[in-house]
Design a binder for this molecule. Structure first.
Ligand SMILES: CC(C)(COP(=O)(O)OP(=O)(O)OC[C@H]1O[C@@H](n2cnc3c(N)ncnc32)[C@H](O)[C@@H]1OP(=O)(O)O)[C@@H](O)C(=O)NCCC(=O)NCCS
Length: 157
């Protein structure tokens, strides 16, 4: 199995990440995560754009924005061919460790209410549903909100 390398995105990665977002996260919606927006997050001191490289190519990525009280996971995607190999768990784990180091112990995120696979993924990582937002996605689709308290050790490890 190819080694997986987790590291902050490099200059020049944004077009590839925007394409993954359009295809894997924003399918059926107007694409909001343009390469310019992703590049802004990559350069912003309060955001991390993280990639997982498999044999040198980007197989997954995530974007987290760190606030004073909570961090917000904006985007997360793993190429279908690389799913169920622990890449999503490693990306989120890296970003959670960074939040703890920064003294931020709460992570929030929204997920499309039709995206049952992602909801199961977040539940497996210790995230709890904490509400719904009607029409969150361009008034077309509702979101479910999830939250994890990082100060509580997850009994699932
Ligand atoms: C959600 C997503 C990021 C998960 O990434 P992944 O690398 O496949 O996930 P992992 O291999 O780290 O899975 C960790 C655990 O989550 C759960 N899980 C992951 N995918 C699952 C699925 N499709 N169905 C049910 N449970 C799932 C499992 O418990 C899994 O552990 P296991 O494989 O040992 O059973 C990936 O499916 C994806 O990119 N989906 C499309 C984009 C998306 O929905 N992004 C999230 C919303 S922004």
């Amino acid at each position: 199995m190819d080694a997986i390398q987790i590291a902050p995105a490099k200059r020049g990665d944004a077009p590839r990440l925007a394409g993954m977002s359009r295809r894997l996260i924003e399918a059926g919606l107007e694409a909001c995560w343009t390469e310019e927006r992703i590049e802004r997050h990559r350069r912003h001191p309060d955001s991390v754009v993280l990639t997982a490289r498999v044999a040198g190519s980007i197989g997954g990525f995530a974007i987290m924005q760190y606030g004073d009280d909570a961090a917000h996971l904006n985007l997360l995607a793993v190429e279908p061919v690389h799913q169920r190999r622990g890449i999503g768990r490693r990306l989120v784990g890296w970003l959670e460790d960074t939040a703890r180091t920064a003294g931020v112990f709460r992570v929030r995120l929204e997920v499309r209410d039709t995206n049952l696979a992602a909801q199961r993924f977040y539940a497996a990582l210790g995230y709890e549903p904490c509400g719904a937002v009607r029409g969150y996605y361009q008034t077309q689709e509702d979101a479910l909100r999830f939250m994890r308290d990082l100060s509580v050790r997850d009994p699932r490890g």
